[in-house]
Write a protein that binds this ligand. Sequence first.
Ligand code: F6R
Length: 617
Amino acid sequence: MCGIVGFTGRRQAAPVLLSGLKRLEYRGYDSAGMAVRNGDAPAEVVKSTGKLIKLEEKTDHGQTLAGSCGIGHTRWATHGEPTVVNAHPHVSGNCQGSGSGPVESDVVGVHNGIIENYVELKEKLLRHGYEFYSSTDTEVVIKLIDYYYKKYKIGPVDALTRTMVRVRGSYALEVMFKDYPQEIYVARKDSPMIIGISEGESYIASDVPALLNYCRSVYYIDNLELARVLPGEVHFFDLNGDEIPKEPTEITFSVEAAEKGGYEHFMMKEIHEQPRVIADTLHSAVQDGRIDLGISEETLKNISQIYIVACGSAYHVGVISQYVLEELTNLPVRTELASEFRYRKMNLDPDALVVVISQSGETADSLAALRQAKTKGLKTLAIVNVVGSSIAREADYVFYTKAGPEIAVATTKAYSAQLVAMYLFALKIGEVRETIEDIAKYLQELESLPGKVERLLDDKERLQWFASKLSNTNSIFYIGRGLDYAICLEGSLKLKEISYIHSEAYAAGELKHGTISLVEKGTMVISSLTQPDLYEKTVSNMVEVKSRGAALVAIASYGYYSIEDCADFVVYIPKTLPVFAASLAVIPMQLLAYYAAVARGEDVDKPRNLAKSVTVE
Ligand code: F6R
């Protein structure tokens, strides 16, 4: 995710900002920028796309930027492609503020997070004469601060509190006001921000590693609080603009531990980011009960078939989506492996929509399948995480998931974000083709998913204990029917790719057609049971393998308590609508895989033979 740094003190600010941004590089970014003030002079803004080295080269490692007060940012694109204009800082004036040099603007700032109502706010600001140059939500929020600042002439703290009340979404905001040299103002909601003070100087960062070179004593800003930062001094305020007391915290952990947010591995950190990622993806597409995925209702009305094409875990999302689309819409759906689809001599329906799902947006087979579909004249929709990636650029329509950068090779949070995107896609089709009556019921249930995922994560110690037993097993089967089978595909892949335990996912009813011959005393079989109409059928298959000596694990929805008569270990998942069950059932599967791999001493974040983005065939 994006990174924020800030500095005000006696030294030259730019080199301090660059060194802080470097410490945040591990989080992933596609562009970077800084704004530095020299006394009363207006801020000088410098930005570039690509790696930080480009920003360093542009500023001779910060030396060409005079001044001891400044803000810096690394951007991971969420609204708008990774370009210099879209990079932060953004300015309040009617000018681009994108080159190098001083910018005559009253407010200049950077932002992490997502402003959900930015379209509505932008329209308001346009009516008040503001012009926009970037496609970011950040430019909107910076101009909104400026609007309140000038309208009420009330000073930075009040301008910020008014803005905080008006915006919806998440933010860590860091801004400088032309009239207040040497001062930086910050505000936050659901996006981290910390401030460190040391020897008459002040440091700001979105994440601890950026500060550790300079100070160990830091203040955490809480949700809906803001701060005025001066050299060696900081004042905190609540939403009423009243000053509040705060005590610093001493940081005792290492830079490496800080990068992983205190978790041992990036994978675990990303597993824990899933509630936020689900909420962000949902809120980026749903405004006031209306779903907008960037594809017109007319197009969705006129298609007669859907092909979903993807690789690996993204393909598993496609298999789940097939069941969900069949349940909620009247359209025929086929999910295909991209590596197969591209060479198949399929008789494709010319009125079909091809949906390509990809975290990286660069997977060679998925990209080739997209191109193949376009050559045949089919419409294409990309569900992609990386903004501006090849698949995103080449598809006719694109919807971006809001997972942020995923560092662990084995996907977790991007998978969860893709699922939400595909649920919304199914709901939208169901709405426009009138196959769903009560869309609000589904949206309400989606809103509750982040909390339910939290509950599953809170119970992880039990899974850790069980995974230590499971880690000695050589081979594991995952079984389920219908949507549960699709969930098993992902559970099995997660386990084998990071723990190297052989595993297979089977449609539960298919086992007896051959594979059951592998089941013997002690063979571990993990069943997923989330679909009410298939529950008893799967239980029968569990009994079949139990009678051949299998050790049984069940991942079942709350309420199916009779499963305890049959299974040796049960994990209950909170109740949800059956079409959304994958988002919950996958969590214990990710955790089991993670803990099994850790117990076996494997390199969880970088499993052997695997790359994060597979750009070769
Ligand atoms: C497994 C995993 C892979 C990817 C696959 C597609 O944990 O991450 O199976 O899902 O390589 O990658 P993207 O989504 O980037 O196209």
